[in-house]
Design a protein around this ligand. Structure first.
Ligand SMILES: [Zn+2]
Length: 444
């Protein structure tokens, strides 16, 4: 297939009348349209407005999609223990599958082709299967919680790690290696030292398995870790083995100088989630400082209960404008930097090579964005349009590994209406009272 239009091959390469040639799951050529059409005369052509690499969600919770709009106007630990954990504890396997599908549907619709996805404790299989069937690329992990956790989520240390290992064997490298595994302790507050140390051992035992957790999102969280361990959170994570080039830490809002040095020295990846950090009033992550230190910073939506969407375009704009006002400097985090965070940086964090740009030999994860809109008129620069004006609903074409998941705005790999209808039915019948009572008993 030839995909043509204004091709944004990467943050510094824009081909105005360009084309990308896809054979199987790979890109085989990128160039001027006229040259490409001459060289590949037998290929069908799909004309689009803007053609870009698929975006990478560096930290999301697909299975929290049923909590969209459920927990408004509260801080992180209230939000978590009063609403989100009770919801996760309440969902049965079928409901968890619908939640995951609703999440992946939104990713496909809005241009995220790869997700680093923090699932829940139970029914993780359903999300792995849903991601595989719906065609997205992902680094997924079942959540580990072996202390300070409500009934329905609390697991024994052995039990959680055994289930993790079973899932690694079943799903790591599955669906043509689109789906990979990240060992996923929820955060230091809800995991014992043994759980964290054994998470590292488990990741080391399987080639390509990574580690994904939350870190230093909120001041209450780091005070709890300090009181448990006598250490700052990032130092504690380093102590138990949870830093390094295979580790993705979501948030890192509250870090001191020594912790930032540690993140840089160890090559640990950070995912910035500006909408969630603003909505929960967690704080402003020092993204400009991280980038200056050479830390790889990806971009994520976090979950629908704290955002309330998985639209990556909203996230790009928030990421840029929040840093500009925080630094009182309009020159920081330009569109180019933000686009790199949402593409190649995310791919690096997720551990997939040949991903995040449109180049021959790279994976065919491609999106098309319509500019037949008032908000795209006039259009001086495609990158500034993508970061500051475009919205998820402008995405009309989504491809992963050469498979078309959405065309002309119609998702072809799932029954979108059916998923939305079932999600609304589940939300109408959700009863969190019992799970909420149990969560209050362990709330820090
Ligand atoms: Zn999160």
């Amino acid at each position: 297939m030839i995909i043509s239009g204004t091709v944004i091959a990467d943050s510094s390469t824009i081909i105005h009348d360009g084309a990308v040639v896809v054979d199987g799951d790979e890109i085989v050529a990128v160039g001027e349209r006229t040259d490409v059409v001459d060289t590949y005369p037998a290929h069908d052509e799909r004309r689009l407005d803007l053609v870009a690499p698929g975006l990478v969600g560096g930290h999301i919770h697909s299975v929290q999609s049923l909590g969209r709009g459920l927990a408004e106007d509260c801080e992180l630990l209230d939000w978590l223990f009063d609403y989100v954990l009770p919801m996760e504890a309440t969902l049965n396997a079928e409901e968890m599958e619908v939640a995951a599908k609703l999440g992946y549907l939104e990713l496909i619709e809005t241009g995220t082709t790869t997700a680093i996805d923090h699932l829940s404790v139970a029914h993780a299989d359903r999300a792995f299967e849903a991601a595989g069937e719906m065609g997205v690329r992902g680094l997924l992990g079942k959540v580990l919680m072996d202390r300070r956790s409500p009934e329905g989520l609390l697991e024994g240390t052995d039990e959680g790690l055994a289930e993790t290992e079973r899932l690694i064997r079943r799903y790591h490298g599955s669906f043509d290696d689109r789906i990979r595994y990240a060992v996923t302790p929820r955060f230091a507050v809800s995991c014992t030292e043994a759980c964290l140390r054994r998470s590292r051992e488990l990741a080391d035992a399987y080639d390509g398995v990574r580690i994904h957790t939350h870190a230093s999102e909120n001041e209450g969280e780091i005070e709890t870790v300090q009181s448990d361990t006598g250490m700052r959170n990032i130092h504690w994570l380093d102590e138990v083995g949870l830093t390094g080039e295979d580790v993705v830490l979501a948030h890192c809002v509250w870090t001191d100088e020594s912790e930032r040095e540690l993140l840089a020295e160890t090559g640990t990846h950070v995912t910035h989630c500006p909408s969630s950090n603003m909505k929960l009033a967690s704080g402003i992550a020092p993204v400009v400082d991280y980038l200056d230190r050479g830390i790889n910073v990806a971009l994520g939506n976090d979950g629908p209960p704290s955002n309330n969407t998985l639209d990556p375009f909203t996230e790009m704009k928030q990421a840029s404008t929040l840093q500009k006002v925080d630094n009182l400097d309009p020159t920081v985090t330009p569109a180019r930097t933000i686009f790199e965070m949402a593409t190649v940086n995310g791919a690096t964090a997720a551990g997939f090579d040949r991903l995040g740009a449109l180049r021959p030999g790279w994976r065919a994860d491609i999106i098309g964005i319509s500019t037949d809109t008032t908000r795209a008129t006039p259009l001086y620069h495609p990158l500034s349009h993508l970061v500051f004006a475009a919205r998820g609903e402008d995405v009309e074409f989504t491809m992963v590994d050469g498979e078309v998941l959405m065309d002309d705005g119609e998702v072809t790999v799932a029954d979108a209406d059916g998923i939305r209808q079932r999600a609304s039915e589940i939300a109408d019948s959700l009863d969190l009272e019992a799970a909420r009572e149990s969560a209050q008993e362990v709330k820090p």
